[in-house]
Design a protein around this ligand. Structure first.
Ligand SMILES: [Mn+2]
Length: 569
């Protein structure tokens, strides 16, 4: 299968074909998109100067600006990138955007939590199907606003869902339309998409799919056995060891479906069988009476004590005639986690839910810009992760690298890689090589030290003024605040956080963002260094109050840093 070298376009280039019906608006879009991409994690007032800020608010609120017009060129570019591959995965999923605060914003709808306001975004993300899972971009987006009285969970029926379910098929159609038959798509969806109407439509249009099964369905040709029994009775045709990422405890019904777990290598058995499903009452009248497809049963025979066993049932029309074919279908489904990472890039990396915009229209226009920015973050991280040999300059500034070289416990090579730099930073934080790969804490500590040492280095540029230079910096930056979210995702003013907490929070957030599906932990750490520059900047900007214990400790560190480095030329 072909694989094209990944390109990272500037967002203004990605969106350059957008037509908002006015040349000045088109130009404004490009400028604004690049400004926001550059500082995606910061609030509008911090990312933009006063004139830019006013222009941005005017742009988002402009009647001629629409999310469809902004996104159309991105969808086309994604399809163009996809055309470089024989087959792509199109992962579809929905996320909830919750805009906190007491101010009622115009046009927002209800969410799962009663008091919340916001909307749902349903996205279709293209990935290469060659195993590398290169994020190729979005192909479709549909938003859902629940504007009328909520349907109680108990009273919910497909008929009462007000057509929300249609988003799955709408976006499949949109994605296929923009792909234009130039590349074959395999649609990947979670349990929410398990409906007869959807499966029948996919089968009828000969569209390939892997959907996680939700309902234990009745089968044609089986009087008593349902889908799961038949799948469980199939003989396993392959076994595989799969790393399972750790998962924190999630409160509520979602947490019951996804219990907390520790990292483990699970030994999975995989079996497959052909089945025929009869039309269910929920299925529309237009679909055929039965559909033929395959069920794949993925299960863990012997989970560790206390851990629930892994068990998935996957519905697919991909072939299951060889162990390789079955493994391919399972891998298609395993790629689904990438869209969860995309949601995190949008929410954590772009702080989309913290955006202070007053109306649904403005928020949707902002979403149309941040969605491609979030895809770009995903792509950047993908490259950092897939290329451990990337030069360290990709992760650190030249100055930081110079400081690191001066203080590294072991000499750095002439052209260090991101991994070399990471190990040197971890060593600063007290990591011993015999301990294996460094953990988050030790790496966070090392990065903290490196930033302080960098300040010390700068201080020595003003001869004899280490102390005053530190004070001056503390004064100048004291009133700046940075945005950090706590463990519930609520923004926290940094005035209430020490720099080390800012860093630890950044590390925690990015670890969360990088957690799922990562087999190679050291590479995710490299990605951390590379992909949260906003958080690092924030940590840099915030220094302790002069006179505080933290500050005097910091100053001792500055001086130590300065003396260790000496007087750089
Ligand atoms: Mn979902």
């Amino acid at each position: 299968m072909s694989s094209k070298p990944a390109e990272i376009p500037a967002i203004s280039v990605e969106l350059s074909a957008a037509d908002l019906g006015d040349e000045r608006l088109n130009r404004r879009l490009g400028l604004l998109a690049d400004q926001l991409a550059e500082r995606s994690g910061e609030s509008f007032p911090k990312a933009l100067d006063d004139a830019q800020l006013e222009a941005a608010y005017r742009f988002f609120g402009n009647d001629r600006v629409s999310p469809e017009a902004i996104l159309a060129p991105h969808f086309r570019q994604s399809a163009r990138r996809a055309a470089g591959y024989e087959r792509v995965l199109v992962v579809h999923d929905t996320t909830q955007f919750d805009f906190p605060g007491n101010v009622k914003r115009k046009g927002l709808g209800r969410l799962i939590r009663a008091a919340a306001q916001g909307f749902f975004g349903h996205f279709s993300l293209a990935l290469s199907a060659d195993g590398a899972r290169v994020p190729l971009g979005l192909l479709a987006l549909e938003t859902v606003f629940r504007l009328v009285k909520s349907i109680g969970h108990k009273n919910w029926t497909p008929a009462k869902s007000r057509g929300e379910r249609a988003r799955w098929l709408n976006c499949i159609d949109d994605a296929e339309a923009v792909l234009g038959g130039r590349t074959k798509a395999i649609h990947v969806m979670d349990r929410e998409a398990d409906s007869y109407a959807l499966l029948a439509s996919l089968v009828e249009h000969e569209r390939e799919f892997v959907v996680r099964s939700f309902q234990d369905r009745v089968l044609v040709g089986h009087d008593e056995d349902r889908l799961r029994e038949v799948a469980r009775a199939a003989r396993p045709s392959l076994r595989r060891e799969v790393p399972l990422s750790p998962r924190p405890r999630i409160p509520g019904p979602k947490g019951e479906r996804h219990p907390a777990r520790r990292f483990r290598l699970a030994k999975l058995s995989i079996a497959a069988a052909a089945v025929e499903l009869p039309r269910t009452s929920g299925g529309g009248k237009t679909e055929s009476d039965t559909i033929k497809l395959n069920i794949i049963h993925v299960f863990e025979k012997k989970p560790p004590t206390g851990e629930p066993a892994v068990e998935w049932f996957l519905l697919t029309n991909l072939p299951i005639d060889t162990p390789e074919a079955i493994a391919f279908a399972v891998d298609c489904y395993r790629a689904r986690w990438v869209i969860e990472e995309f949601f995190k890039a949008l929410k954590t990396g772009c702080q989309y839910e913290s955006r202070q915009l007053e109306s649904a229209e403005s928020l949707l226009n902002a979403l149309a810009i941040f969605a491609p920015i979030a895809w770009r973050l995903l792509l950047l991280r993908h490259l950092a992760r897939s290329d451990a040999k990337a030069p360290a300059t990709a992760a650190l500034t030249a100055k930081q690298l110079q400081v690191l070289r001066a203080v590294a416990k072991k000499p750095l090579s002439a052209r260090p890689t991101t991994r070399d730099a990471m190990l040197a930073i971890a060593a600063l934080g007290g990591h011993l090589k015999s301990d294996g790969d460094p953990g988050w804490l030790v790496l966070g500590r090392g990065m903290h030290d490196l930033l302080l040492l960098e300040l010390g280095w700068r201080a020595t540029r003003t001869p004899g003024a280490v102390g005053p230079a530190c004070h001056a910096r503390a004064q100048a930056t004291r009133d700046r605040h940075c945005e950090v979210s706590d463990h519930r995702g609520q923004p926290r003013p940094a005035s209430r956080l020490s720099p080390s907490v800012v860093l630890a929070t950044a590390a925690w957030l990015s670890r969360e963002a990088l957690r799922a599906g990562s087999a190679s932990t050291h590479l995710t750490r490299v990605a951390w260094v590379r992909c949260v520059p906003g958080a690092l900047r924030a940590a840099n900007a915030r220094r302790p109050e002069p006179g505080s214990r933290e500050h005097s400790r910091g100053c001792a560190r500055f001086r130590a840093g300065a003396s260790r480095i000496g007087s750089p030329s």
